[in-house]
Write a protein that binds this ligand. Structure first.
Ligand code: HEC
Length: 165
């Protein structure tokens, strides 16, 4: 059974972080908290190699804001870890925590800094999409490069997103 409701809890966590960080509240998230655990595990839809709007948008946002350090397609670089692998063990809230607050590793001879994105609205508003994309990559549900999108009328995530605008 495909359960598109699972994609709805557009981030209880992100909402909270946003509210705390910038005093913004996004529309339409009180619904469907019950699906959250499953959404966390599988926040994307892939059918016949085509992805939902969230995953697609996550691909685009990732390649605008994250790939300079984390490499194209989540593959990592000499500077920052491969998120394709990180997402196998990071929970949603751990992921969110690092993105919102950043992290520094200044141990012996190493200086790598993950900037915090709390102030970056274009990231925070779509952080669930970036999460969805990276989970899909780490599950090998989408390959490298730009994924194809499901047609809008077959894409419950898109329908939901449009309704919330
Ligand atoms: C300026 C470079 C840079 C950018 C841009 C950047 N990161 Fe990072 N990121 C890092 C570094 C370096 C680390 C490793 C930090 C450490 O060693 O603790 C990291 C760590 C992370 C981790 C933890 C990985 C793990 O294995 O624990 C996550 C999740 C993450 N970044 C997500 C993102 C996302 C999502 C974006 C885009 C919105 C992003 N990063 C943009 C440099 C960057």
């Amino acid at each position: 059974m495909r359960s598109w409701k699972m994609t709805l809890p557009l981030a209880g966590g992100a909402m909270m972080a946003l509210t705390l960080a910038c005093g913004i509240v996004l529309p339409g998230s009180a619904a469907a908290q019950s699906g959250e655990v499953d959404w966390e595990k599988k926040p994307y839809i892939v059918e016949d190699g085509k992805v939902d709007y969230g995953t697609y948008n996550g691909y685009r946002r990732y390649h605008s804001y994250c790939h300079v350090c984390h490499g194209p397609d989540g593959m990592g670089s000499s500077y920052a870890p491969a998120l394709k692998d990180s997402m196998k063990s990071l929970s949603y809230s751990e992921f969110l925590d690092v993105v919102v607050n950043g992290r520094q590793n200044l141990s012996a001879g190493k200086e790598s800094v993950m900037p915090g994105f709390a102030e970056a609205q274009d990231v925070m508003l779509y952080i669930d999409h970036i999460y969805a994309y990276l989970k899909a990559r780490s599950d090998d549900a989408v390959g490298r490069g730009r994924p194809d999108r499901l047609p809008p009328d077959q894409d419950p995530v898109f329908q939901e997103w449009k309704a919330s605008q």
